[in-house]
Write a protein that binds this ligand. Structure first.
Ligand code: NAD
Ligand code: DAU
Length: 350
């Protein structure tokens, strides 16, 4: 048996990673550690919560004593670290929380791993999940590669960049076995509806305005969340220690063009007239320091480990829109706050 600590498993990407590992590897014990901030929703894991190789632990990654106890109680062999404050707009309002969780929380986990493994690093791994935003912003041409210098602009990306540096520092200084991946924008099921895609799907369904920042000309590189989880599985098992892998789908979209695809897809599935929701587009004040373009070169991951995205974007978007339409109660619970009741009920059962 291997005991793998996955942090942030009640969030969007974390829940997909936990589900994949619990289902695919019955011989691994998956310990999902999450403090359940507003973004943590145990309902995301309803389908696997009773599996024998799954355990949930409510804990803050900044709580050193608690984290040390978790390492020893569960005899942790490996960490896949996703817990973070993840929303750029929130980081502009409250940068300190981002420094606390993303920087100090990561450092605290590194320290716990170093202490518990105590120089016996055989079959141990600290895998840190990061973002393409650490590389900054591109103009019209070029891609972020693993060699691109860090140039973060938002408090969120600055905190993630800092956490990446600490992970590399623990590898360089103490030989802690680490690996890092930096991924582009994810989309898919169970994403908190403050991020562009689920927010806009929900607003189109409910005939609410779609707040487009600036002129809608910023460009993002979108990847289906299950493909990110597949890449994490591969890098966890085959990634070179001390190395970094970029993950992305070579799938760039100008925000406004993506929004038009969302409108078209929702209107079609709801059997509305074509163009019925176009008037919901509302241009609003731009995000402060809004990065213009992200584009990931993921050829290293393809060439070295054989990973490729499994879905074309149009297929992924249609699947995603259908999921939100078919899971109305999930989104209603999130928006009303009722998902917190599920979290409480689950914890009482524990
Ligand atoms: P999310 O906000 O949906 O989930 C974050 C999870 O972390 C939540 O369950 C939350 O409760 C938990 N958490 C927050 N603070 C914590 C703390 N102090 N202790 C324990 N748990 C805590 O985030 P996401 O979009 O799933 O992102 C997951 C990771 O992937 C993050 O590290 C993020 O930087 C990275 N990432 C995200 C994207 C994306 O497009 N969403 C792309 C690339 C990388
Ligand atoms: O690139 C990876 C990053 O992608 C992750 O590291 C972050 O955790 C994740 O939140 C995401 O960051 P973005 O800022 O790119 O995602 P968001 O969904 O917030 O915004 C996508 C684009 O849409 C961005 O250019 C801002 C714009 N936008 C967003 C919202 C929420 C709008 O125009 N209106 C909106 O209401």
């Amino acid at each position: 048996m291997k005991n793998i600590l996955i942090t942030g498993g009640a969030g969007f990407i974390g829940s997909h990673v936990v589900r994949l590992f619990v289902n695919k590897y019955p011989n691994y014990n998956i310990i999902n550690l999450d403090v359940l901030t507003y973004a943590g929703n145990l309902e995301n894991l309803k389908d696997i919560e009773d599996k024998p190789n799954y355990t949930f632990v409510k804990a803050d990654i900044c709580d050193a004593n608690k984290i040390e106890n978790v390492f020893s109680k569960h005899n942790i062999d490996a960490v896949i670290h996703l817990a973070a404050e993840s929303h750029v707009d929130r980081s502009i309002i409250d940068p300190l929380s981002f420094a606390r969780t993303n920087v100090m929380g990561t450092l605290n986990l590194l320290q716990a791993a170093k202490k518990y493994w105590d120089n016996d690093y055989e079959n141990k791994l600290f895998y840190h999940i990061s973002t393409d935003e650490v590389y900054g912003s591109l103009t019209e041409k070029g891609f972020f590669t693993e060699e691109t210098s860090y140039d973060p602009h938002s408090p969120y990306s600055a905190s993630k960049a800092s956490s990446d540096h600490f992970v590399r520092a623990y590898n360089d200084t103490y030989n802690l076995p680490t690996v890092i991946s930096n991924c582009s924008n994810n989309y898919g099921s169970y994403q908190f509806p403050e991020k562009l895609i689920p927010l806009f799907i929900n607003n189109i369904c409910n005939n609410k305005p779609l707040p487009v920042y600036g002129k809608g000309e910023n460009i993002r590189d979108w990847l289906y969340v299950n493909d990110h989880a597949r890449a994490i599985d591969l890098i966890y098992h085959k990634g070179k220690l001390g190395d970094t892998y970029n993950i992305g789908g070579f799938n760039e979209w100008k925000n406004i063009d993506l929004i038009k695809v969302l409108i078209k897809t929702v209107d079609k599935l709801l059997e509305r007239k074509e163009g019925a929701s176009d008037n919901l587009i509302t241009y609003v004040t731009d995000r402060l320091g809004h990065d213009y373009r992200y584009a990931i070169d993921s050829s290293k991951l393809k060439n070295e480990l054989g990973w490729e995205p499994s879905l074309q974007f149009e297929e992924g978007i249609e699947k995603t829109v259908k999921w939100y339409l078919n899971n109305e109660s999930w989104i209603k619970n999130v928006i009303s706050g009722d998902y917190q009741k599920y979290n409480k009920k689950y914890l009482q059962k524990e």
